[in-house]
Design a protein around this ligand. Structure first.
Ligand code: IPM
Ligand code: MG
Length: 359
């Protein structure tokens, strides 16, 4: 069966790194992978062309695809759009919600070659391998009521932090199963000392635990989790948490590895369809300068092959190619260190493709 892959370059450095992903997909096709690749607009690029960050055509193509590869969305150019529903970020949130991509997998692993790129001492991060499982279609991001309105002569802003038992159970199962495949430790992060919604969260996680007797479940308040992540990050294996805490903790975890420019992520729905994107954003400050690190995007291709297309061997081949490029001392500016050769986006793409061909 031919897999349909939809490439959404987006904004900022998105198009540059997506171009490297497109080259890699072509190389995979040449190596026998049966895929068909289409492109569409999303985010600010779609707003500029159609006045809508998620045009119907893009959403239709996304629904029809087996997997979606997204660069990044957003940038200062669109920060002044007053209608939040037209902001580039809505393109991303709309894709997540419309496709039901509730399960967000954000690995934070340290490439041994990059240990010195971390701002933490090498011994604290050597061998780091954390998987953050973030709920992505609920919580305070999507809860109602929400808005800004006039009350008693002043404006009041409000959002609703809400999770149903079924939403918690669904993400809980993803996390327990992930822990079973990894180090068998699951830490659920909440704020159950203050927020009712996370008291329920904790209860549901406890209720699931006996079904996964091989997994050791623990709980941590989110403030402590933030502290532990920078104090002793290797204590974590799999972390499961809600949408907003996951947003924040996954950035912190990503940075432990030295470069957020190295980390891919997956967002999956109940039928295994997935959207894959680098953890970093659109980095408008370096856009168009051939400086961006394309590796997170190229590793997102590998993650897509593994989780949505069942092509493990090809995924491993890409990951091995990235490893060998790092072994050769090639670095983009974000992961540069002394004695290494700093190269641009295109040259990094060339190097990965050359290594891929040799695998
Ligand atoms: C992320 C991003 C998004 C989020 C933004 C762009 C809406 O920060 O994917 O982590 O908050 O989910
Ligand atoms: Mg974020």
């Amino acid at each position: 069966m031919t897999h349909k892959v939809l490439l959404l370059p987006g904004d900022g450095i998105g198009p540059e790194i997506a171009a490297q992903a497109a080259r890699l997909l072509k190389a995979c096709q040449d190596a026998g992978l049966d895929i068909e690749v289409e492109e569409a607009l999303v985010g600010g690029a779609a707003y500029d062309a159609h006045g809508d960050p998620l045009p119907a055509e893009t959403l239709d193509k996304a629904k029809a695809a087996s997997a979606i590869l997204l660069g990044a969305v957003g940038g200062p150019k669109w920060d002044k759009i007053e209608d939040l529903a037209k902001r580039p970020e809505k393109g991303l949130l709309g894709l997540r919600k419309n496709l039901g991509l509730f399960g967000n997998l954000r690995p934070a692993m340290l490439y041994p070659q990059l240990a010195s790129a971390s701002s933490l001492k090498p011994e604290l991060v050597a061998g780091l391998d954390i998987m953050i499982v973030r709920e992505l279609t609920g919580g305070i991001y999507f809860g109602h009521p929400r808005g800004i309105e006039e009350r008693n002569g002043e404006r009041v802003g409000f959002n609703t932090y809400v999770y149903s038992e079924s939403e918690i159970e669904r993400i809980g199962r993803v996390a327990f199963e992930m822990a079973q495949k990894r180090g068998k430790k699951l830490c659920s992060v909440d704020k159950a000392n203050v927020l009712e919604v996370t008291i329920l969260w904790r209860e549901v996680m406890e209720r699931l635990a006996p079904e996964y007797p091989d997994v050791e479940l623990s709980h941590m308040y989110v403030d402590n989790a933030a502290m532990q992540l920078v104090r002793a990050p290797k204590q974590f294996d799999v972390v499961v948490t809600g949408n907003m805490f996951g947003d924040i903790l996954s950035d912190a975890a990503a940075m432990l590895t030295g470069s957020i420019g190295m980390l891919p992520s997956a967002s999956l729905n109940e039928s295994g369809q997935g959207m894959y994107e680098p953890c970093h954003g659109s980095a408008p400050d370096i856009a168009g300068q051939n400086m961006a690190n394309p590796l997170a995007m190229m590793l997102s291709v590998a993650m897509m092959l593994r989780y949505s297309l069942g092509e493990n061997a090809m995924a491993e081949r890409i990951e091995a190619a990235v490893g060998s490029v790092l072994d050769d001392g090639l670095r983009t500016a974000d992961i540069a260190s002394e004695g290494m050769q700093t190269i641009g986006t295109d040259a990094m793409g060339d190097a990965v493709l050359a290594a891929f061909a040799k695998q």
